[in-house]
Design a protein around this ligand. Structure first.
Ligand code: UGA
Length: 436
């Protein structure tokens, strides 16, 4: 069985590596020649635990990496994993998906095989049937679901757990027609992930499941963030105790109830906007989803208000931001709440110093010499008027009175309550814990 994966971002490269490590013959395709060279040499330009290791296992087996599309010609399965970035109006940009399936269609025209094309890219409901299938049929001159299969197969992996989630997904969704291709796909996935539920449904439902999943996760986060803001106004109330207690109710569940500065990253914000936009376009009411998004958009302002309340005028003062990635254990800063906070503070002429164990290089690409990049946690605090912990990198737990000594003014805003149990000589505010 020969498998092709098109688009070697987080999703594509994780899938390519896991399949190759499992002894499938795999060809990973990306149009970026430089990226292909790095990957071919076993190097990954993103920080993702276990990805490089798994890739290297794959490279020692039957894995080829190339920017040459024609190499997918004899593939039995073709996974499309290119990105669908956000346009300014909230819609998704389908150009990469369209280009990829155009190229796939041209190859299908020449092949004697009857491949199955899996669409893993996140696309709004209706896209596979209305956009992708027609392109594939036009370019190949063949009939979809007769001479080749097309299946919607959304992805649920989380960055920083990409390999674990690729190996052990919580479910496999297969959207499409009830054909021999669907039966073959079911056999493939039940062998690859034995014991995991496979849901077979229509294209549109599969596409909707992806948005439902991410918007529900966003809902849980906005819900706990709003409760966190209320807790903060109640002396001695602690949002983490509230979250742990309600999380024990199986109807609620304990995950995604970690209050903080709001959800960021390349997926949740984008998918919320796309769903709201799509819902509006089909004439549905999206009041609830808009409230989830608005709660998220407001969360950073709460931190800035607290800063203003405690420090007065912010202009000219140095503030330290700990964590610039969108979450710990990644160097990804796309749609990071810290980046949003820094941008807002810079508008207020605040001097910013940042520290992140992995994301400084990427942060520099955005801010250049407008902010200070510190090599260590302690040095980032020198002469600061305040420090904000934005994400829960393990090493931030080590902050103590000694590390705070070098600050000019000891205002500590801990958006993840990492230091809540410590006796700190300073003004300590944990988002979600009420003060007397
Ligand atoms: C998210 C989903 O979790 C994946 O299931 C999905 O496959 C992926 O999007 C996608 O669509 O590709 P990811 O973007 O990697 O994954 O990040 P998450 O771990 O979901 O975190 C998103 C944001 O929510 C981060 O900013 C994180 O700090 C925040 N978050 C998460 C919280 O503030 N509290 C929580 O309890 C959980």
């Amino acid at each position: 069985m020969k498998i092709a994966v098109i688009g070697l971002g987080f999703v594509g490269l994780s899938l390519t590596s896991v399949l190759a490590a499992k002894d499938y013959t795999v060809i990973g395709i990306d149009k970026d020649k430089k990226k292909c060279n790095e990957i071919r040499n076993g190097r990954v330009q993103i920080y993702e635990p276990d990805l490089e290791k798994t890739l290297n296992v794959g490279l020692r087996k039957s894995l080829e990496i190339s920017d040459d599309f024609s190499l997918i010609i004899n593939s039995d399965m073709i996974f499309v994993t290119v990105g669908t970035p956000q346009k300014t109006n909230g819609e998704i940009d389908l150009s990469m998906v369209k280009n990829a399936v155009r190229s796939v269609g041209k190859i299908i025209r020449k092949t004697k095989k009857n491949p199955i094309i899996f669409i893993k890219s996140t696309v709004i409901p209706g896209t596979t049937e209305k956009v992708i299938v027609p392109i594939l049929e036009t370019e190949s001159g063949k009939k979809a679901n007769k001479e080749f299969g097309v299946i919607s197969n959304p992805e649920f992996l989380q960055e920083s757990n990409a390999i674990r989630d690729t190996k052990y997904p919580h479910a496999i969704i297969l959207g499409g027609k009830d054909t021999s291709y669907m039966k073959k796909a079911k056999r493939f996935f039940s062998k690859m992930h034995s014991g995991i539920s496979i849901i077979v449904t229509r294209y549109q439902t599969a596409e909707m499941i992806k948005y439902a999943n991410n918007s529900f996760l966003a809902t849980k986060i906005s819900f706990i963030n709003q409760l966190s803001n209320i807790c903060q106004k109640i002396p001695n109330a602690d949002v983490d105790d509230v979250a742990s207690a309600i999380g024990l109710d199986p109807r609620i569940g304990k995950l995604f109830l970690n209050a903080g500065p709001g959800y960021g990253g390349s997926c949740l914000p984008k998918d919320m906007s796309a769903l709201i936009n799509f819902g509006g376009n089909v004439g549905a009411n999206t009041t609830f989803l808009k409230a989830v998004k608005k709660t998220n958009d407001d969360q950073i302002n709460n931190i800035i208000s607290l800063m203003r309340k405690k420090l007065g005028k912010l202009s000219g003062k140095k503030i330290t931001i700990l964590g610039t990635a969108f979450k710990p254990n990644t160097d990804d800063i796309r749609d990071s709440k810290s980046i949003e906070l820094i941008k807002k503070l810079l508008k207020n002429k605040v001097k910013i110093s940042v520290y992140d164990p992995k994301a400084l290089e990427n942060t520099r690409k955005i801010f250049g010499n407008k902010i200070i990049y510190s090599k260590s946690l302690t040095s980032s605090l020198v002469k600061s008027y305040g420090v904000v912990i934005m994400i829960q990198w393990k090493q931030f737990e080590s902050i103590n009175n000694k590390s705070l000594q070098c600050m000019k003014n000891k205002l500590i805003i801990d958006s993840r309550r990492m230091l809540a149990k410590k006796e700190l000589n300073g003004e300590y505010y944990a988002i979600g814990i009420g003060k007397n």
